[in-house]
Design a protein around this ligand. Structure first.
Ligand SMILES: Nc1ncnc2c1ncn2[C@@H]1O[C@H](COP(=O)(O)OP(=O)(O)O)[C@@H](O)[C@H]1O
Ligand SMILES: [Mg+2]
Length: 209
C-alpha cells in the first residue's frame, strides 16, 4: 500500500505557493502518485463558505472571531478531505495550513500565540503535515510583485503594517525546527527542483522509481 503524504505550502500571498503546488502535483503524478491539491481556508463546501465570509471586504470580523472562523474551516477540511485522502494513500498538498494562522492571527493580528497554538491543535486533531515548506522571499523581490495585489479581498485590504508583520513572521517561522525553508526569490524551476529534492525522501516505498 502506498503511504499517504501530507505536504503543506506556506508563505505570504504572491510568494509562489500556487505556482509550485501545480508543478509538484505534475511531478508526483508522473511518479505514479494520486495527488489532491487543496487550500485553506477552503477545501470543502462548508470551508469554502467560511472562506467567502473571511475574504468578503464587507465582513466586520474581530481578531478572535477571525481565529475561530479559520479554525472551524480547518476542522471540516481536516476531517472531510485531508484525513480521507491520507487513508486512501494519496498525496495531499495544501496551500496553507496551521502555520498561516500563527502568522496572520498570531503575529499579524497580535493574538496570544499559545491560544493560536492550542486551537491549531484542536482543529487538526493533532494531525501533523509530513512536510511544511515555507516560502521565504527577499523583501526586494517581494516588493516587485506588489502590483499583482488586486486588493479585492478583506485580507488583501488590511493595512500595510499588518502585511509587514505577517511577512516578518514567515521569515522567523521558516527557520523553526520542523520547517522546510525554501528561498523563494529564485526562478520558478530552481525552487521546484529544491522542493522535489525535499519531497523525494518522504515519498516512501510505494512510489514508482
Ligand atoms: N519564482 C518566481 N519568480 C518570478 N515570479 C514568480 C515566481 N513564482 C511565482 N511567480 C509569479 O508571482 C505571482 C504569485 O505567484 P503565486 O504562485 O500565485 O503565489 P501564491 O500562491 O503564494 O499567492 C504569479 O504571478 C506568479 O506567476
Ligand atoms: Mg495562491
Amino acid at each position: 500500500m502506498k503511504k499517504g503524504l501530507f505536504i503543506v505550502l506556506e508563505g505570504p500571498d504572491r510568494s509562489g505557493k500556487s505556482t509550485q503546488a501545480a508543478l509538484l502535483k505534475t511531478w508526483l503524478e508522473e511518479r505514479g502518485r494520486e495527488v489532491v491539491v487543496t487550500r485553506e481556508p477552503g477545501g470543502t463546501r462548508l470551508s469554502e463558505q467560511i472562506r467567502k465570509i473571511l475574504l468578503d471586504p464587507k465582513s466586520v470580523i474581530e481578531p478572535m472571531t477571525e481565529l475561530f472562523l479559520y479554525e472551524t474551516s480547518r476542522i471540516k477540511h481536516t476531517l472531510e478531505k485531508i484525513i480521507p485522502a491520507l487513508k486512501a494513500g494519496k498525496v495531499i498538498i495544501s496551500d496553507r495550513y496551521t502555520l498561516s494562522t500563527t502568522a496572520y492571527q498570531g503575529y499579524g493580528r497580535g493574538l496570544d500565540l499559545k491560544t493560536v497554538e492550542t486551537l491549531n491543535k484542536i482543529a487538526t486533531m493533532n494531525l501533523k503535515p509530513d512536510l511544511t515548506i515555507v516560502f521565504d522571499i527577499p523583501d526586494r523581490i517581494f516588493a516587485q510583485r506588489e502590483h499583482l495585489r488586486n486588493g479585492r479581498d478583506r485580507i488583501e485590504r488590511a493595512p500595510d503594517a499588518f502585511r509587514r508583520r505577517v511577512n516578518r513572521a514567515y521569515k522567523l517561522l521558516a527557520r523553526k525546527p520542523g520547517m522546510t525553508r525554501v528561498d523563494a526569490g529564485r526562478p520558478i524551476e530552481a525552487i521546484q527542483a529544491e522542493i522535489r529534492a525535499r519531497v523525494q525522501p518522504v515519498l516512501g516505498r510505494g512510489a514508482k522509481k
